[in-house]
Structures are given as structure tokens and as C-alpha cells.
Design a protein around this ligand. Structure first.
Ligand code: SER
Length: 529
């Protein structure tokens, strides 16, 4: 009972037996939260259920949720491959109560599952609670029989969970396992807490509040439960390994990479194998959920992830595109739990193959420039930001790829001069817009585009979604409002409406806003992105 697939099903079945509905993972692009880059926790799909805006036919649910933490508030991209635990894609197992049970039952259920079904030893376990949460501390004492020194009170945001700047939130209690003295580290709250000895694997959030704005925090109508257990961490514990990359699922992906390359990981190359395995997962799942590599927004995060993996493939001596040849192995490992992966297998392969073929055209040349321009640098030096910009602009190297390439030598990148170079490029683009002779009424779009960025298109995957109104335009001018009966254009931060292009007409439909506001969409145009 310790393979990743078995741990997942044991978890879900345990909660199903305790009257929870097994709900499918929601997509990585949140449908109900236009401000969040990617789904980064199990509770995201339930956000509106916690706040009472949305009703579901059940009050208890359990999920294994696909999560990506890259770009946005929770960003793990830079660390992946170099630490034992960071991943850009991971699965979060969770149980949820929407105004049904609260702290006591949540702690009881968690305790039964980990000590009975997962068989963890009680004397290896300890928990944290938010420093003022006396209830949770007393309940742990009662249910688990912990002495006070095993219930650690933490006064920081580590024990107050928030999804983002706004949304449901509350104090939380984290469960840790002591993996033994042979690993360096101290218990949470101690100066050595960053070590790997004490591993947090389950976070029980007692959702009590909604952060409405930065200053305004309101109690939720019905206190609720949101828990998140990192599946990969649990697999480490159950399989007695130190790193997520040594669990069965990752070992199989790394083996598949090794056989595609004809050589396995060595001490010098193991980080590259790990980066590839992790990034294969995030790339494949993002494509399956409708994200395609691009130069903006989510698509750009995907491109950065893909290209980071592709550079590591090159480092490992891949003579031709590699990533698409690993997709079958991922589908074998995870296709049963996530049928969308099976459905999108060809699209994922094709997307990876195209991106890697394209990038390989400039990759070798870019790496040669990087080597040449950094040859005389030593640890602690800064790499020229102008060159980093050329690598970005001409050779398709995302900035973090250049940073990643120099990281092992302890060299940073001069980001200020990188930004300057970027700004000079924008100036040039502005000047050429000004001279492009567009009608005066069209001039409005350029500054809007600069201020707001491009609108993200979600329509490959869905025909309805939430979005934020980024600007209103009427008669070639930006306005603050449009009144009933008026006509105008609405710019959104993201949209499932297809904009007229390539001979296809723009979509029509309707936008619904708070308080019953309705806007009929008679056409969709794609101006400067
Ligand atoms: N939302 C909490 C977390 O992400 C628990 O699921 O840790």
C-alpha cells in the first residue's frame, strides 16, 4: 500500500467511507478565479462554496487536486531539481467540509487515517497550531494524546493559511513527521526548522474568515474545513526515501528518461533528470488543461517550464528533441487517475515536440554565447543584463533559464540592466506604432495593451469562464462606465470568447456581472493582443 497510486486511492476511499463525495480535480487554470495564475491548492475549486456564493449537492468532499506552483504567489520553479522536495506540479489530497464538521472531526479523521490506515508511528508525529488557537491545541491533546511539547504554537503566517491576497482563509494546523536524527534539522519554530528532518505532510486549515480586501477580513457564514496533504511527500514517508524524486512514480519517469537518452543519472547529472521529470509533469498537465506555450501570461510560464527542461535535456547530451518521447511513461503512471492526460496524449506530444524543435534551433548558439560571456566570471559576480536580454530576445532564453544556467557557478544576472534593455525595446515598439498610420480611433489600444498586457484566451478548453474587466472603451476613448443601452468595448484579463482572426468571425455571447449586470457581446475583436 505504498505506491503513489495506492496512497491516492487509500486517501480518497477513506474519506468516501466517511461520507465524503469524491470530486474530480478541477483544471489547472482556475475557472472561478480570474486573478489566480494556476490552481495551487485543493480548495481553489471550492472557493465560492466556502464563501457561500456557490451551492453544491454535498457538504463533504474529497479530492486529489492537480496543482502548479510556478509563477504567481506560490512559485517553486527556481528550486526544482536542486532540493529534495520542490516541484512545480504536485498532487494535493484533501478533505473538505462546507459548514458541516469543524476542527474536532477534522482532527479525528486525520489522526485515524495516518495512524491506522497509513500506519505511521505516533511517537514520530508532531503538530503545529496557530499561536492563539487554544481549541486546536486542546483537541490534539485529547484525540492524539500528545503532550504539550508535541503541539507547537507558531505565531507566523505559516500557520495562517490564505489562498491569495483575497479569499477564504483561516488558522491552520500542520502535521509533521520526524524522519530521524540522521537527517539534519529541527522541529518547526526552531532555528533549524529549514532542515529536512521534520517533514510537514498535511495541513488542516480551519476556514473561518474571508479576506475581502487587504484590510477587511470577515467571518465566514459557516466555519469550514480545508485540508491539503502533499501526495509526493506522503509517498516519501511511506516509501522511506528522502527525496520525492526517489519515489516510485519519479523513479519510473527518470528510468524512462535514462532509456531514451541511453544513459542514467550520475552525481553530476541527477539534477537535470529531476528537472526533466518534474517539468514533464507540469508541462503535460498544463497542455491537457488547454494552456499552450506563448509569450504571455500562463502560456509564458509554460514556455519557461518547457524550455528549462529542454536546456537540461541538452545538457544531458540529447541529440534530438527528448520531452515528447517521455509522454507515454507519464501517461502510464498517471493516466488512470487523470483521464484528461490520456485524451490529450497526442496534443501534449506534438506541443512538446514543436516547442523543443523550435527552441533547439537557437539553444546551442545561445548557450555558446552564455558560456563565452560568462567565461571570465567567478562566484558572486554578475552576468551582463544586456547579454541576458539578447539571449531572451534573439535566442528565446527566458530570464530564469539564464539564471538557472549560471546558478551552479554562483553567478547572478544583473536584472536592472536586463529591465533597461527591455524598456528600450518597448520604446522602439512604441515609436513604430506611432508611425504605423493606424486610424486615430485605434490609437487607444496601444497604451491599453502596455498597461494591461494581453488578454488570455481560455476558449480551447471552455466556453464559459470568469474574467476581470480590465478597461471600458467607448468611441475610441477609455471610459469609467457604460450605462444601460450604451454600446462599447470591454477589455477582459481573460476570456473564452474567440476574437476575429484568420478568417474566423468573433464569438458572440453574454457577460454577466455582479448585481445582475448583463452585457450582450455582439462581436469579439483581438486588438494588439
Ligand atoms: N489550502 C491548504 C494548503 O494549500 C490546505 O489544503 O496547504
Amino acid at each position: 500500500m505504498s505506491g503513489v497510486n495506492e496512497i491516492r486511492s487509500t486517501f480518497l476511499n477513506f474519506f468516501a467511507e466517511n461520507d465524503h463525495e469524491i470530486v474530480s480535480s478541477s483544471p489547472l487554470v482556475p475557472r472561478n478565479d480570474p486573478t489566480l495564475m494556476f490552481t495551487n491548492a485543493g480548495m481553489v475549486q471550492f472557493k465560492n462554496v466556502f464563501t457561500g456564493v456557490e451551492k453544491r449537492p454535498y457538504q463533504r468532499a474529497t479530492t486529489s487536486q492537480k496543482c502548479v506552483r510556478a509563477g504567481g504567489k506560490h512559485n517553486d520553479l527556481d528550486n526544482v531539481g536542486y532540493t529534495a522536495r520542490h516541484l512545480t506540479f504536485f498532487e494535493m489530497l484533501g478533505n473538505f467540509s462546507f459548514g458541516d464538521y469543524f476542527k474536532e472531526r477534522a482532527i479525528e479523521l486525520a489522526w485515524t487515517l495516518i495512524t491506522r490506515d497509513f500506519g505511521l508511528k505516533k511517537d514520530k508525529l508532531l503538530v503545529t497550531v496557530y499561536h492563539t488557537d487554544d481549541d486546536a491545541a486542546a483537541l490534539w491533546k485529547k484525540i492524539a494524546g500528545f503532550s504539550d511539547d508535541r503541539i507547537i504554537r507558531i505565531p507566523t503566517s505559516d500557520n495562517f493559511w490564505a489562498m491569495g491576497d483575497t479569499g477564504p482563509c483561516g488558522p491552520c494546523s500542520e502535521i509533521f513527521i520526524d524522519r530521524g536524527e540522521h537527517i539534519w534539522g529541527g522541529p518547526p519554530g526552531s532555528p533549524e526548522e529549514d532542515g529536512d528532518r521534520f517533514l510537514e505532510f498535511w495541513n488542516l486549515v480551519f476556514m473561518q474568515f474571508e479576506q475581502v480586501t487587504k484590510e477587511d477580513r470577515q467571518p465566514l457564514p459557516r466555519p469550514s474545513i480545508d485540508t491539503g496533504m502533499g501526495l509526493e511527500r506522503m509517498a516519501c514517508i511511506m516509501q522511506g526515501v528522502d527525496s520525492v524524486f526517489e519515489t516510485d512514480l519519479f523513479r519510473n519517469l527518470i528510468d524512462a528518461t535514462a532509456s531514451a537518452l541511453g544513459s542514467g543519472p550520475q552525481e553530476q547529472t541527477v539534477a537535470s533528470f529531476r528537472v526533466i521529470a518534474d517539468h514533464l509533469r507540469s508541462s503535460a498537465f498544463l497542455v491537457a488543461d488547454g494552456v499552450l506555450p506563448s509569450n504571455e501570461g500562463r502560456g509564458y510560464v509554460l514556455r519557461r517550464i518547457m524550455r528549462r527542461a529542454m536546456r537540461h535535456a541538452q545538457l544531458l547530451g540529447a541529440k534530438e528533441p527528448l520531452m515528447h518521447r517521455l509522454v507515454w511513461a507519464l501517461v502510464r503512471e498517471m493516466g488512470q487517475a487523470y483521464p484528461e492526460l490520456v485524451r490529450a496524449e497526442r496534443l501534449i506530444e506534438e506541443t512538446l515536440r514543436l516547442e523543443e524543435s523550435r527552441f533547439r534551433k537557437t539553444l546551442a548558439r545561445g548557450l555558446a554565447i552564455l558560456d563565452e560571456k560568462s567565461a571570465s566570471l567567478k562566484k558572486g559576480d554578475m552576468f551582463d543584463g544586456d547579454v541576458a536580454f539578447t539571449l531572451y530576445d534573439t535566442y528565446g532564453f527566458p530570464l530564469d533559464l539564464t539564471q538557472d544556467a549560471l546558478k551552479s557557478r554562483g553567478i547572478g544576472v544583473d536584472q536592472a540592466s536586463f529591465s533597461d534593455a527591455m524598456e528600450r525595446q518597448r520604446e522602439k515598439a512604441r515609436a513604430s506604432w506611432a508611425g504605423s498610420g493606424e486610424a486615430a480611433s485605434e490609437a487607444i489600444w496601444f497604451p491599453l495593451r502596455e498597461r494591461l498586457g494581453a488578454t488570455e484566451f481560455l476558449g480551447y478548453e471552455t466556453e464559459s469562464a470568469e474574467g476581470v474587466v480590465a478597461a471600458l472603451v467607448k468611441d475610441g476613448k477609455e471610459v469609467d462606465s457604460l450605462k444601460a443601452g450604451e454600446q462599447g468595448a470591454i477589455v477582459l484579463n481573460q476570456t473564452p470568447f474567440y476574437g476575429e482572426s484568420g478568417g474566423q468571425v468573433g464569438d458572440t455571447g453574454v457577460l454577466l456581472g455582479e448585481g445582475g449586470v448583463k452585457f450582450r457581446v455582439t462581436d469579439t475583436q483581438k486588438k494588439v493582443g
